[in-house]
Ligand binder design. Structure first.
Ligand SMILES: [Zn+2]
Length: 438
C-alpha cells in the first residue's frame, strides 16, 4: 500500500526512499570538470605586455583568478636573445639581387629579414608570413623581394639589432615572473622573438621553440614548459608538428578525438557541437563590449562541455587591441560571482584534468561495510598533478564517509542513480577505501 502511494508521487520520491540500487553501490566516475563544476574557463594573455602584470594581474589576484601568460622570452633580461641561424647575412642579401625568391630560398630569406634590425623589416616578415599562411605563396615571394630590394637600396637600414613584437617599455624580470608563478599563475612560452613560425626554416624555427622553452625551464622550472602558444595563433601543420614534439599542450591546436576546437576567428556556436568537450576560444578585442563578453560566460555555464579560453592582449592602451582596467574589473567580478558553476583554471591545468580523466581507469568493489576503488593511469603523475574529482555512489544509510581514514565527507547528494559523494584526489595509480565514518 505504502509503495503504491509512493509510486503515484513520482520518481524523485521513490529514489529518495530507495537510495542507491545495490548494483550501483561503488560505481565511480571522474566528473567532467574539477569539483563537478558545469564548465571551465581559462584566461590567457599573449606577448608579455607590462600592463598585463601591473594592471590586469592585480585585479585577477583580488578575485583569486589564476591566469596564463604567454611571454616572449627574448625580451626578458637574462634570456638568450633572438638571432638568425644560417649563412652570413651579407651573402644572402647579395643573392636576393641575382635570384628571385622561390620555393628553395623562401624560408631562409623570410627568416633572415626578421633579423635585419628595423621594425619595417619585421613588418615585412610578418606580412610575408600572413600571405604564406593564407595560401598566397607567389604574393609572399613578391613581397619578400620588395623588402630585400629596400634593404639593398638602404631604404631599410640593415642593423645588428633584434626587434621584438610590441616591444614597448617592458621591465618585467624573471624574478617578477617567478613570483607570479608562485602566486598560482601560469607563465609559459610564446617563443623567443614572436616570429611567423610558418615561414622560418628548420634551424630558426627550432631555435624559437627550443630556446624559449629552455629559458622558461631555467628561470621558472620544468612545470612551466607544459603548455605554449605559437605566435599569431598559427595552426600551420609544419609548425604544429615541431611544436607538439616539444610541448605537451598548445593553445594553437590540441588534436584529440573527444575535443572540438573553435578558434578565435570562427563563428561556430559551441552549443552545436556533439563532442564531449569543446574548447571555445574568444578574443575580447577593443570593440567587443562587456555584454558580449558576459554572454560567453553565460553560454559556458549553460552547457556541460564548454571550456572557454579567453585570449587577451593589450591593457590600458599598451599592446594590441587593448581593453581597459574598468572592463576587466567588471568582467572578472562577473566570472568570480559565478564560480559555484565555473571552474576557473590555467590553460595547463584544464588540459591536464581533461587528459587525466580520459586516461584513468577505475574499478570498484562493494565489500558491504566498505567500498574499495582501484585507480590506474598511464600518465606521468609528476606531470599530471592536477586533482581529479571522483563521484562515487554509496549505500543509502551512509551519512558520513571516510576516505582512506583521513578525510571525512558529510555532504551526500542524490541524482537519478542514487546517493553519491564527490571528492578530489591526485591522479596516478592508487587504491581508495571508503567507509561509513564515525
Ligand atoms: Zn602574440
Amino acid at each position: 500500500m505504502l509503495k503504491n502511494i509512493i509510486l503515484l508521487l513520482g520518481i524523485t520520491l521513490i529514489l529518495s526512499c530507495e537510495g542507491t540500487k545495490e548494483e550501483n553501490i561503488g560505481l565511480t566516475t571522474i566528473t567532467k570538470w574539477q569539483e563537478d563544476k558545469k564548465s571551465a574557463i581559462s584566461i590567457t594573455y599573449d606577448d608579455g605586455i607590462i600592463n598585463q602584470f601591473t594592471v590586469a594581474k592585480p585585479i585577477m589576484d583580488k578575485y583569486q583568478i589564476p591566469g596564463t601568460f604567454y611571454v616572449i622570452t627574448g625580451k626578458i633580461a637574462g634570456s638568450k636573445k633572438g638571432k638568425f641561424i644560417g649563412r652570413p647575412k651579407a651573402e644572402i642579401i647579395q643573392e636576393t639581387k641575382l635570384i628571385k625568391t622561390n620555393k628553395e630560398n623562401f624560408f631562409e630569406r623570410a627568416s633572415l629579414i626578421a633579423f635585419t634590425g628595423t621594425t619595417e623589416a619585421i613588418d615585412y616578415h610578418s606580412r610575408v608570413g600572413s600571405l604564406y599562411e593564407a595560401g598566397k605563396i607567389q604574393k609572399a615571394y613578391q613581397l619578400l623581394d620588395e623588402g630585400y630590394l629596400k634593404i639593398r637600396r638602404g631604404e631599410i637600414r640593415n642593423l645588428d639589432k633584434v626587434i621584438h613584437h610590441d616591444n614597448v617599455v617592458d621591465t618585467t624580470t624573471w624574478d617578477d615572473l617567478k613570483v607570479y608563478a608562485q602566486e598560482g599563475h601560469e607563465i609559459a612560452s610564446h617563443t623567443v622573438t614572436h616570429p611567423r613560425l610558418a615561414v622560418l626554416d628548420e634551424a630558426n624555427l627550432l631555435y624559437e621553440l627550443e630556446q624559449s622553452k629552455k629559458d622558461v625551464e631555467q628561470y621558472l622550472g620544468k612545470q612551466y614548459t607544459f603548455s605554449a602558444e605559437c605566435p599569431y595563433g598559427t595552426e600551420n601543420e609544419r609548425v604544429m608538428e615541431y611544436a607538439h614534439k616539444l610541448y605537451p599542450s598548445l593553445r594553437n591546436r590540441m588534436p584529440e578525438p573527444y575535443l572540438e576546437e573553435i578558434n578565435r576567428s570562427s563563428k561556430k556556436s559551441p552549443e552545436t557541437s556533439e563532442k564531449e568537450y569543446v574548447q571555445w576560444q574568444r578574443g575580447p578585442l577593443t570593440n567587443i563590449g562587456l555584454e558580449e563578453m558576459k554572454d560567453w560566460i553565460d553560454r559556458c555555464a549553460a552547457q556541460d562541455n564548454i571550456w572557454l579560453v579567453l585570449v587577451f592582449h593589450g591593457i590600458n592602451g599598451i599592446g594590441w587591441e587593448p581593453k581597459t582596467d574598468k572592463e576587466l574589473e567588471a568582467y572578472f567580478k562577473y566570472i568570480h560571482d559565478r564560480r559555484d558553476q565555473l571552474w576557473v583554471a590555467t590553460f595547463a591545468d584544464v588540459t591536464k584534468y581533461i587528459r587525466a580523466r580520459k586516461s584513468t581507469k577505475i574499478e570498484s568493489v562493494d565489500h558491504g561495510k566498505s567500498i574499495q576503488i582501484n585507480i590506474s593511469s598511464t600518465l606521468d603523475p609528476k606531470v599530471y598533478d592536477v586533482p581529479i574529482t571522483l563521484k562515487t555512489y554509496i549505500p543509502k544509510n551512509w551519512k558520513r564517509i571516510s576516505i582512506n581514514e583521513n578525510q571525512i565527507i558529510s555532504t551526500v547528494a542524490t541524482d537519478t542513480i542514487g546517493n553519491y559523494i564527490t571528492y578530489s584526489i591526485l591522479p596516478g595509480n592508487k587504491e581508495i577505501l571508503l567507509r561509513e565514518g564515525i
